[in-house]
Design a protein around this ligand. Structure first.
Ligand code: ADP
Length: 566
């Protein structure tokens, strides 16, 4: 059994847990199940066979003992009768003497000293008839029924199972055999001889104990054999399970050992075949992916030089646009605008290919996320105003510095605010910053278009847009959120989204403050408490950010940090 299987089933204080653990072990371990089933079935078979053997031996033994007792009693009666018949005693004393010798003969022939002799109650009164005799062990043993049977059938022999004291004085099983004697001149006497079956019982008990010990030993042996055999069969299956688990975890080089030609070897061979083709396919895909990434990176680099030339030429033309006739001036402006977009797209493509190539390094420095959010809001304030949106900052926490790459975090925040402005339908936008012991978080909530659940699930895909035909106002490249997600992940953070059509969206960035990712609890909720609201409540947010206020907030934060550091 594996280490997990041998968990302390019977550890102190866990008795109540034991049935649950046994049930879990039963479901989890094929080995445990096989051993238990083998033990149960063989135990049942041994019990049935053992009981049958024990009963038939007991009954044979009893029959044998009874036959012997009947034969011995018959011989003893005959011996006593012949002594009585050969005597001519007629007075009381000589009758008693001859009766004594007859009893002695009966005792010696029967081999039992337990006897009883009673004068037939129906015989005519005779003063010289010898008195009844009863040995001590037979006192209260001979039943009236047996006596009636003997009295009612002269010359017959009857027996009865009784409880009789043995040689050690302890009462045990026995048998009493009754017959009758014809005493000259004194009439008929009943003769009872008792036999103890204690020895036979001891023999039976000994055999039963030996049988039980043998059965237990056999069960233990069977369990051990089953355990060994099952382990022998299960070990390769377990190895296959471990191997496939490692394979699934990405260790593509792992293989099962192939030994022999049996079914398990066939399993190992086909498993290894599958792993080979999987590895080859994944290698192919990886090579393809690398080629693709290199292509994107190369194309982006190659496009940079001609673009720079176009940019320079475009700038010259743009500077002189007022000198051109109307339509040409429009074309020059369009060229300038599209060159901007082209540059932005190229920049994003290069950034994405850097992430794909794994060549991104973080330039971290202590950064105040509230200030960073304030700066981003400030820089996008004009754009928001143009779209009729009011930008608000709520920062109940997060005033202490976090160790992040400010350029990347700023890019995330600007992108989120940009999207919120673009899709916010001119409604207010709330940027929140908060922190707890495990994480610092920033969320951007808009009350605009929102997205369906399916759209929200695809929002971080490259070049994905909810509505590609929508006119683009801010000029995003379709890579913004994909890059933001990479920026969050490279910080060990998470970027997630909540959205509802017609009610707006929440994008939440959570950056961990601990190395244990499992402990991270975002200080900001993802789903808002007002999912159906069309605008934030008036009192909730600090009104639109203005530069002076951000500066004042920054000075207050700096003071707070100094106090904290001190
Ligand atoms: P871009 O903004 O350049 O199109 P993004 O990756 O930033 O690229 O966004 C991808 C798409 O996600 C957008 O085109 C838009 O459809 C959707 N989206 C992003 N932010 C929001 C938002 N706040 N509200 C509604 N839709 C959004």
């Amino acid at each position: 059994m594996s280490a997990a299987d041998t968990s302390p089933l019977f550890a102190a204080g866990s008795w109540r847990e034991t049935p649950r653990r046994l049930a879990a072990l039963w479901h989890r371990s094929l080995q445990f199940r096989t051993v238990i089933i083998t033990l149960g079935l063989s135990g049942l078979a041994i019990l049935v066979i053992g009981l049958y053997i024990s009963f038939s031996i007991a009954s044979n033994l009893f029959q044998d003992q009874r036959e012997r007792a009947l034969a011995a009693s018959n011989n003893a009666t005959a011996a006593a009768q012949s002594i009585l018949e050969s005597s001519d005693a007629s007075d009381r004393a000589s009758l008693q003497a001859v009766m004594g010798s007859a009893i002695e003969a009966a005792v010696s022939v029967s081999g039992s000293a337990d006897y009883g002799l009673f004068r037939d109650p129906d015989a005519a009164a005779n003063p010289s008839a010898p008195p009844d005799r009863l040995s001590r062990n037979l006192g209260g043993v001979i039943s009236p029924e047996l006596r009636e049977q003997v009295q009612g059938d002269p010359g017959g022999q009857y027996w009865q199972s009784v409880s009789i004291p043995g040689t050690d004085g302890e009462r045990g099983p026995g048998i009493v055999v009754g017959s009758d004697l014809e005493v000259p001149t004194a009439g008929r006497y009943e003769l009872y001889i008792g036999y103890s079956l204690a020895e036979a019982e001891q023999t039976l008990a000994f055999m039963q104990v030996t049988g039980t010990v043998g059965a237990v030993a056999l069960l233990a042996l069977l369990s051990a054999i089953t355990l060994v055999v099952v382990r022998w069969v299960i070990e390769p299956i377990r190895a296959a399970a471990t191997t496939s688990r490692r394979l699934a975890a990405g260790d593509l080089g792992v293989r099962m050992p192939e030994k022999g030609e049996d079914e398990l070897a066939t399993l190992a061979a086909s498993f290894n075949g599958m792993a080979d083709s999987l590895q080859a396919r994944i290698r192919e895909l990886a090579e393809l992916s690398v080629m693709q990434q290199r292509f994107v990176s190369d194309v982006s680099h190659e496009l940079r030089t001609p673009l720079t030339t176009i940019r320079l030429a475009g700038d010259v033309l743009y500077g002189q646009r007022d000198d051109f006739p109307g339509p040409t001036s429009r074309t020059v402006e369009l060229l300038h605008q599209q060159t901007d977009r082209f540059e932005q797209l190229l920049g994003d493509l290069l950034e994405i290919s850097r992430y794909d190539a794994g060549s991104v390094t973080l330039a971290t420095e202590p950064t105040n996320l509230v200030h960073l959010a304030g700066d981003a809001i400030e820089s996008m304030h004009e754009l928001a105003r143009e779209r009729g949106s009011e930008l608000r900052l709520e920062a109940p926490g997060g005033h202490l510095d976090a160790e992040v790459d400010p350029r990347r975090i700023r890019r995330i925040v600007r992108n989120l605010i940009g999207n919120a402005i673009e899709h916010g339908e001119g409604r207010p936008i709330v940027v929140s910053v908060d922190s707890n012991e495990t994480a610092i978080a920033l969320s951007v909530r808009d009350y605009g278009l929102g997205m369906s659940e399916d759209d929200a699930a695809r929002v971080f895909d490259r070049f994905w847009r909810a509505d590609p035909s929508r006119m683009r106002g801010i000029g995003g490249t379709g890579l913004g959120l994909a890059i933001s997600l990479e920026d969050a992940v490279v910080h060990g953070g998470v970027l997630d989204v909540w959205s509802k059509p017609g009610r707006g969206s929440v994008f939440r960035l959570t950056l961990p403050r601990t190395s244990d990712a499992a402990q991270v609890v975002s200080p900001l909720p993802l789903a808002p408490d007002d999912p159906d609201a069309e605008a934030p409540p008036r009192t909730r947010a600090v009104p639109a950010v203005d530069a002076d206020e951000v500066d004042a907030q920054r000075r207050a934060d700096d003071r707070a940090r100094e106090v904290h550091d001190a």
